[in-house]
Ligand binder design. Structure first.
Ligand code: NDP
Length: 380
């Protein structure tokens, strides 16, 4: 039986302190990073995509230049590292202050968004305040659907510091391991390669985000503000933090199996999301070489969408496990992310299906009859 210290030792031990107090330096680093992304993202060229049709018939335009922005960010930081201005181990060595300061920034921003949302008198679907009798719930879930600041769609933008932050943390962890161990271990190499691929791919397909549940259905409050800027970078990287203090054995054969798991998960995840995205763009576009089959003329029942109603969640879960399995089975800590994702996606599947049932009514009922499996074909 593991003790509390065993499970959370990584976070609590003096070797890996996370509970540092917020500092002005950490605030300047994080706000500088966010500001850089906002300004560079606005200046850099990029293709514009129209988002989903909102309740009032309007659509938001999103400039999807995240991939270019990521390259510019890495090139800029790379230059600063080469000239000795920035230490690549900075995040790993200042994790406590960066974590708590990031948390404070998320808290402050969600309070500003709450007040800004309440003071809006707009009737546009994006800005109309969504207010209940519970102020805490409104602050947590958000008041406006697509709040803006200086012309920036903050909800769409917020994924950039979030996902890029996850990559920066990972790079810093690899640099720290190289410094301490003298080399980067095979489990760390696999974790780094898989997650870097996922993050680059995310920004390569950034326009796909415009049709996801968070963008089309969630209001922007503390849950998403915190989830993006704190939860994603700091908890999705737990495997990397863990590998700083542990050196699990991994044979080349086991590594090859993990690469196969990652590639299979990626094929399902990306294939499924691409099919839906292409279908929304052009409902006649072929799927797996054939004309798409529809239910009620609205819902796709071809390709992955005919095997289970959420194969994309299955692919994402396979990817999540491929990030953790390089750590072996000696501890449950590296399995935090896949466990969290499993719970989140089962809950998300139920919430999304409730929304689809309300939107598509008998067409959704018919779709569920045609495709009875939720996430795993022939199993669940
Ligand atoms: P989906 O991409 O599955 O989007 C759901 C929406 O798709 C529905 O609301 C509906 O919207 C439309 N839809 C559903 N079924 C069909 C169909 N058969 N044909 C056509 N349209 C359909 O869900 P999410 O936005 O939740 O997830 C997107 C990706 O993000 C997934 O791969 C997921 O794994 C990942 N994700 C990752 C998380 C993480 O923490 N790593 C967290 C959450 C998601 P409409 O009304 O427009 O038709």
């Amino acid at each position: 039986m593991r003790t509390f210290e065993d499970v959370y030792g990584l976070w609590l031990s003096s070797k890996c302190p996370v509970a540092g107090a917020p500092t002005l330096e950490a605030a300047l680093v994080i706000l500088g990073y966010i500001t850089f992304l906002a300004i560079a993202g606005a200046i850099l060229p990029g293709k514009t995509y129209a988002g989903t049709v909102l309740a009032d018939g309007s659509r938001i335009s999103y400039k999807c230049n995240g991939f270019l922005l990521l390259l510019v960010l890495l090139a800029s930081l790379g230059g600063l590292v080469l000239t000795g201005v920035v230490d690549p181990k900075y995040i790993a060595r200042n994790r406590g202050a960066l974590f708590t300061t990031d948390l404070a920034i998320a808290f402050a921003l969600s309070c500003i968004l709450y007040v800004q949302g309440l003071s809006s008198s707009s009737k546009a679907a994006s800005f109309e305040p969504h207010v209940t009798s519970n102020p805490l719930q409104d602050w947590w879930c958000g008041v406006q659907l697509n709040p803006r600041f200086l012309g920036l769609d903050i909800k769409f933008f917020w994924y950039r510091p979030s996902m890029m932050g996850w990559l920066l943390i990972n790079i810093s962890l690899a640099a720290q391991q190289l410094d301490v161990r003298g080399s980067v271990s095979l489990p760390m190499i696999l974790y780094q390669a898989f997650t870097a691929f996922y993050i680059f791919d995310y920004f390569w397909h950034e326009e796909y985000v415009t049709s996801t549940w968070d963008i089309i259905a969630e209001h922007f409050g503390f849950m998403l503000v915190f989830g993006d800027i704190v939860w994603i970078p700091f908890t999705f990287s737990i495997q990397g933090w863990w590998l700083l203090q542990h050196d699990p054995p991994l044979s080349p054969f086991a590594a090859a199996i993990l690469v196969a798991l990652f590639l299979a998960g990626y094929a399902i995840f990306r294939g499924c999301n691409s099919q839906k995205h292409e279908f929304k763009r052009d409902p006649t576009a072929p799927i797996w070489g054939r004309k798409p089959e529809l239910v009620g003329g609205k819902l796709l029942v071809s390709g992955y969408w005919g095997l289970a109603r959420k194969c994309n969640y299955l692919g994402d879960l396979m990817l999540a496990f491929s990030y953790s399995l390089p750590c072996g089975f000696s501890s449950i800590i590296p399995y935090f992310y896949p466990t969290y994702l499993l719970i989140l996606l089962i809950n998300r599947q139920m919430r999304d299906e409730a929304r689809c049932q309300a939107k598509y009514k008998e067409v959704w009922t018919e779709y569920c009859k045609r495709v009875p499996y939720r996430i795993v074909p022939y199993v669940f």
